[in-house]
Design a protein around this ligand. Sequence first.
Ligand SMILES: [Zn+2]
Length: 102
Amino acid sequence: MEKLLAYLSFLIPGRFLTTKYLFKRLDLISADPATCDHEWWVVASILETVELQVQCYNCMTYSEVTKPTEGEWADSYGAMENPYRWEDVTRIRLYEVAGTKH
Ligand SMILES: [Zn+2]
């Protein structure tokens, strides 16, 4: 039931929810990053470092793809509104969850 409520809470704008609940919701919904079979999606481009930000939609972990090609960089424009699948896992930089590399 709590998990169902957590999904329903996505209908409510984040600003109406407490930070504490947002973190709790992540716990309720997310897979364990340590055992997750990651499914990466490009969700943003990081202008400062020219990297693509990717997020696993199963465990919600963030990571980056370094040194995108010009085409990949151009594609990532608008990823925030329209995330798309990233298949090449070999190019995803090691990411950290609570200080542990996976
Ligand atoms: Zn994952």
